[in-house]
Design a protein around this ligand. Structure first.
Ligand code: NAD
Ligand code: UDP
Length: 331
């Protein structure tokens, strides 16, 4: 290769790249492909440059601060559209911006995919099922969603984005993927994002009360981030997987109280549980049926909850000791 040779044969755009999942995705893509470049886009609303600090030195990684509610004119070959705050605390902080991010962001990224003839994946969510009347949730289930509640900016935004993805696919023959992500956890979650796993671990490490909302009998199914990212890349690269949405998550379902007990045990914490008011429209249960991902691209999660939690606890423990700027902002 001469000095001027283009080092890659594919440029992959990742929106939401400074967030929890986006930063893991960029790291995995760069680690497993020698022939790609990453264009990482984020407006740093809920993500942080701390998550991509080590990547910024990488020769095939470029960061662009940009809000996806505005059009983006770049040349790319593949798009992972992850931009959108995922934690209820963050997405409810500015609900109008959340809805715009999902809807205008999808329109802008789909328009970009259309012009550049790129394959495009949408990070959708189990929230499209709302408070489900059936369990486990299969992709065929249309959901039970409140259109006007405090979670609606996120749920309905993601549902509208799915509609746009399938309309662009039918109307403009775009190569699309829609991934319904169930609760995912792991290192690089923002310490201040208010999600249950990060909250409980930080509270336990500080021996502070564990804040269980409601009576803690609501269920969630927690997927470790490495498994989730493998599923995301598997879905993007499975040509047969575009015609329908695909659930990616861990079907091991537990109550929020059980999660609190496991975190207390794994951290050896002295924390006691504090029961607080359940937020509006909080779904009672959530558990993915992952048979479609299994049959299409042989994906299933491998990391046990205790193993994934132990790794996440180590991450937050080190973060609490190091006290970087990201944590000071959280205090
Ligand atoms: P996150 O909040 O850590 O990351 C989202 C990133 O998007 C942040 O870096 C944020 O700054 C950026 N962003 C937000 N609005 C933007 C905008 N208008 N323009 C550009 N960037 C913007 O959340 P996450 O957990 O990494 O989630 C990533 C994606 O996966 C989201 O689309 C989310 O809805 C979806 N998802 C995540 C989970 C989960 O459990 N982590 C579950 C379901 C769906
Ligand atoms: N939750 C809790 N305590 C917390 C944070 C969350 O009991 O400090 C509960 C929340 O009410 C929900 C579940 O944990 O039932 C998962 O919440 P999270 O915000 O992580 O994600 P969600 O699945 O609700 O989007």
């Amino acid at each position: 290769m001469n000095d001027f040779a283009y080092p890659s044969d594919r440029t992959i755009l990742v929106t939401g790249a400074a967030g929890f999942l986006g930063s893991h995705l960029c790291k995995k893509l760069l680690a497993t492909n020698d022939n790609i470049e990453i264009l990482a886009v984020d407006n740093l609303y809920s993500g942080t440059k701390y998550n991509i600090a080590e990547l910024e030195k990488h020769p095939r990684f470029e960061f662009l601060r940009h809000d996806v509610t505005n059009p983006l004119v770049v040349e790319v070959d593949e798009i992972y559209n992850l931009a959108c705050p995922a934690s209820p605390v963050h997405y409810q902080h500015d609900p109008v911006q959340t809805l715009k991010t999902s809807v205008h962001g999808a329109i802008n990224m789909l328009g970009l995919a259309k012009r550049t003839k790129s394959k495009i994946l949408q990070a959708s969510t189990s929230e499209v099922y709302g408070d489900p009347k059936t369990s486990p949730q299969r992709e065929e289930y249309w959901g039970n969603v409140n259109p006007i509640g405090i979670r609606s900016c996120y749920d309905e935004g993601k549902r509208a984005a799915e509609t746009l993805f399938f309309d662009y696919r039918r109307q403009h023959a775009l190569d699309t993927r829609v991934m319904r992500i169930f609760n995912t956890y792991g290192p690089s979650m923002h310490p201040n994002d208010g999600r249950v796993v990060s909250n409980f671990i930080i509270q336990a490490l500080k021996n502070e009360p564990i804040t269980v909302y409601g009576d803690g009998s609501q269920t969630r199914s927690f997927c470790y981030v490495d498994d989730l990212i493998n599923g995301m890349i598997g879905l993007m690269n499975c040509p047969q997987a575009g015609a329908e949405p695909v659930n990616i998550g861990n079907p091991h379902e537990i109550t929020v109280c059980q999660l609190a007990d496991i975190v207390i045990e794994l951290t050896g914490s002295k924390s006691k549980v504090d029961y607080l008011t359940l937020p509006g429209d909080d779904p009672l249960q959530r558990c993915p049926d992952i048979s479609k991902a299994k049959s299409l691209f042989n994906w299933e999660p491998k990391v046990q909850l205790e193993t994934g939690l132990a790794r996440t606890i180590k991450y937050f423990d080190e973060l609490l000791m190091a006290k970087p700027a990201v944590l000071q902002a959280a205090e």
